[in-house]
Design a protein around this ligand. Structure first.
Ligand code: MN
Length: 516
């Protein structure tokens, strides 16, 4: 059997579906480009019929990201399949991913059909998708709660209708590793094409914290494609964390005997980008990509680790692209030094971007003696925002302290260069800044989340502010970084407001909200 496991990334579809992770089209394209560098095999770029924004994202990614397979999701009906095909029209390697529920629970309560009607719908629409493209994936949704014999019957019909990949989703995160491996073995016995001429895939959710374990058990039983998201984001408790799958296979070839073709050195940069764009911080103890994943605190461990790293470290952090945190650049490093360091970190800024970044870099180097890789990464995310700047922050000034009324003055410009200035008081400096901005921008919203993190150790560290604002039940994230946390807070708020202003048109129709 094939000793290569395909990595199917659905960060842009299942990941983006999670509450509060809405991304702009340009942000999706930026993530897709990074996933191409990571060398994943398949990128599921969206669910084209669900919204104009999803359609546009799939179309743009299909046109600009040429190496991996680009997949688009479709329910088993002609309109969905045709819309997916249209979005993928210009793709180098298009795949239509058709799904329909297979469990009685879903068939009766969600679809109001009987079993045979559902099998018929699946087969007809797989055949329809095959008229558009050669590469068609089929997922019987809620497989892990489906009657085994019926699941095999449906998979048989899907293969006969022309599906080239069969994906078994544990949609609700219900499976247990041994049992899930048993299901994979059973299906391979019933439908011998699986693992032979038809690729067998799994898609697990983390409701019981077992998505990675279930996926790996399935690989051991013969699955040769794993679906998941970077950082394990996704519906409810999330999807399989792809970085964990990738490194488990690579660290334990003795056990699995299979590997992916992923360029693991891009894992850290990808994780960081997804975290910034989705607004979901990575927990410090997260496997592979958490900031503590390679830190040794215990004295005995440290001592042994310094003598020989492999005593307490099973993965060399360099292998997953964790940036070195020692001093790299200072005030006197020129544009060239900055550029070559950025390239080493995986960025390729244009000349125009480099000009802006260099300016921001010298301003940080003025305030902070040492500029580390982590500072540079924060700087890059700050300067390369993919959000249209309807309003830009020019300056912010505050007065605050004990026995003082917090007061802020802000100065903004709009896209035509018109300048606006106003001032406000508040319960603290950030509140005053936000109220002053509100007086100028006039976009009603409520702040639901505010957090400050320091990028590196030290009192002069760059502070990164992440916020979430809400309008009409929709959430928008904003980020800003600066050595001054008031300035970082103002930047984050402007980023969220600009996102809200530019995303008005890409809401999803509610009936399309459920998926694999
Ligand atoms: Mn899913």
């Amino acid at each position: 059997m094939d000793d290569r496991v395909l990595i199917f990334d659905t960060t842009l579809r299942d990941g983006e579906q999670s509450a509060g992770a809405a991304m702009t089209v340009d942000e999706k394209v930026e993530i897709a480009r990074q996933l191409e560098k990571l060398n994943v095999d398949v990128i599921e770029a969206g669910f084209p019929i669900s919204s104009p924004g999803d359609f546009e994202a799939v179309q743009k990614i299909a046109r600009e990201v040429r190496k991996p397979i680009i997949a688009a999701l479709a329910r088993a009906n002609p309109a969905d399949v045709d819309r997916a095909a249209e979005a993928l029209k210009d793709a180098a390697h298009p795949r239509i991913h058709v799904f329909i529920s297979s469990s009685d629970e879903h068939i009766q309560h969600q679809l109001n059909k009987n079993r045979e009607e559902v099998v018929e719908m699946a087969a007809q629409n797989i055949a329809r998708a095959r008229k558009h493209v050669d590469d068609v994936e089929f997922s019987p949704m809620d497989s892990s709660r489906t009657d085994k014999e019926f699941l095999a019957h449906m998979v048989r019909a899907a293969v006969d209708a022309g599906a080239t990949t069969i994906n078994i989703p544990d949609t609700v995160g219900y499976a247990i590793p041994e049992e899930f491996a048993g299901l994979i073995t059973y299906l391979r016995e019933q439908v011998p094409e699986l693992g032979d001429t038809v690729r067998l895939s799994v898609h697990c959710h983390d409701d019981l914290g077992m998505s990675v374990a279930n996926s790996l058990a399935a690989v051991k039983a013969g699955a040769r494609q794993v679906e998941g998201c970077i950082n394990g984001i996704g519906e409810r408790a999330g999807n399989t964390a792809l970085e964990e799958i990738i490194m488990a296979l690579r660290t334990r070839p003795d056990y699995f005997g299979v590997d992916s073709q992923v360029n693991a050195k891009q894992l850290f940069a990808t994780s960081r980008l997804v975290s910034q764009v989705s607004g979901f911080a990575v927990q410090p103890n997260k496997a592979i990509v958490g900031r503590n994943a390679f830190r040794h605190a215990s004295g005995i461990h440290q001592d042994a680790f310094l003598k020989k790293a492999t005593t307490f470290e099973i993965i060399d952090p360099v292998e997953v692209g964790v940036p070195r945190s020692e001093l790299v650049l200072g005030k006197l490093s020129g544009r060239h030094g900055l550029m070559s360091r950025l390239e080493e970190l995986g960025y390729t800024p244009t000349d125009e971007e480099l000009g802006k970044i260099y300016e921001a870099f010298t301003s940080i180097a003025d305030k902070k003696r040492e500029v580390t890789d982590r500072d540079l990464i924060a700087l890059m995310s700050n300067e390369r925002t993919s959000v249209v700047e309807t309003y830009s922050l020019v300056s912010v000034q505050v007065t605050c302290g004990s026995n003082a009324i917090a007061t802020a003055t802000v100065h903004l410009t709009d896209q035509t260069g018109r300048a606006f200035t106003d001032a406000a008081t508040g319960s603290g400096p950030v509140d005053a800044v936000y109220k002053a901005i509100n007086r100028l921008v006039l976009v009603p919203n409520s702040l639901t989340d505010f957090s400050v993190n320091s990028v590196t150790e030290g009192i002069d560290a760059v502070g990164e502010v992440s916020i979430r604002i809400e309008q009409d039940d929709r959430q928008y994230i904003g980020r800003g970084a600066d050595t001054d946390i008031i300035v970082a807070s103002a930047k984050a708020y402007m980023n969220a407001l600009n996102r809200l202003l530019s995303m008005g048109d890409i809401s999803r129709s509610p009936e399309a909200a459920t998926a694999v």
